[in-house]
Design a protein around this ligand. Structure first.
Ligand SMILES: C[S@@+](CC[C@H](N)C(=O)[O-])C[C@H]1O[C@@H](n2cnc3c(N)ncnc32)[C@H](O)[C@@H]1O
Length: 274
């Protein structure tokens, strides 16, 4: 409301409406989507965001879409300090992040906390695609897992993961490995009680190698992007990968944990595998 008040003399009601919900806040960086028509007024809008919220130090616009293997997004600073690094707090965990060079979504915090609440005492947990390590840190803090292993290919995300572990005290059961899941997994000798796969765009490509390190009766958390009428197809992806390895999906539940395109959801399938 404050922002709309500040802009009411510079923007029409329609223009103002197109800005509603148009920005995320990552740490103290506001990341805004500027509709093409409003580009001539983008600096004015950015200054208004900066003035309307004392906790924001930088306003940047999305200068493209999430893309590439590392799911990163180009950012252009419009107002405030000239930096793209910030610190985020998620359920008491401190995470250093540059949202331009690594993937991190503030919107997935509740989902990470949900997964942590499922972890039982003594479990060996594997987080594929661990990014800047929010899953390992939240699981380590809120469960009694024996160990949490993360694997991440983006070297900058892995480096932030290492820093984030040392920035949070008493997180001694986490081990992070840099590299491609397909190359790192065969070098690890353990089998895991629980494998988490937060790569909804291409996760199915890695189902086979994830299942090969999952213990019998272990839990798999598989993320996908899907329309509700096609949710069964997401479960079928796991069923298909299991049958190629003579394993069976014993139970599965689906949790909606975000929106993607209109009518499409980010979902997590929690599956118990024989
Ligand atoms: C959607 S992000 C999730 C990051 C993190 N788990 C989180 O919740 O913020 C997916 C991550 O997978 C990484 N990635 C993509 N392909 C990979 C691969 N083949 N091996 C390891 N990591 C990969 C990307 O760099 C990115 O950090």
């Amino acid at each position: 409301m404050k922002l709309q008040k500040r802009l009411k003399d510079s923007l029409s009601e329609r223009e103002l409406a197109s800005l509603v919900g148009a920005y995320d806040v990552v740490g103290d960086i506001a990341i805004i989507i500027i509709p093409e028509k409003l580009e001539p007024k983008e600096r004015l809008i950015a200054e208004a965001i900066l003035d309307s919220n004392r906790k924001i130090g930088v306003v940047a616009k999305r200068a493209g879409n999430y893309g590439g293997e590392f799911r990163t997004i180009p950012l252009q600073i419009l107002a405030g300090e000239n930096r793209k690094e910030t610190e985020v707090k998620e359920f008491g965990i401190r995470l250093l992040v540059n949202p331009e060079t690594v993937y991190y979504s503030v919107r997935s915090g509740n989902e990470r906390r949900r997964i942590a609440s499922l972890v039982e005492e003594g479990e060996l947990v594997l987080v594929l695609f661990s990014g800047i390590a929010p899953f390992p840190l939240i699981i380590s803090k809120y469960s009694k897992a024996e160990s949490v292993v993360g694997i991440e290919k983006n070297p900058q995300a892995h480096a932030y993961g290492i820093q984030n572990i040392s920035r949070n005290k008493n997180q001694k059961n986490i081990q992070l490995y840099p590299g491609d899941v397909r190359e790192v997994l065969p070098t690890l000798t353990a089998a895991y009680d629980r494998v988490i796969m937060p790569l909804p765009t291409r996760g199915e490509e890695f189902l086979s190698c994830a299942l090969q390190v999952l213990k019998p009766n272990g839990f798999l958390h598989f993320y996908d992007m899907q329309r509700p009428e096609l949710f069964p197809q997401s479960v079928e992806k796991i069923v298909g990968a299991c049958s190629a390895l003579n394993r069976v999906v014993l139970s599965s539940t689906i949790t909606r944990c975000g929106h993607c395109a209109p009518g499409s959801y980010r979902i997590c399938i929690d599956a118990r595998i024989s």
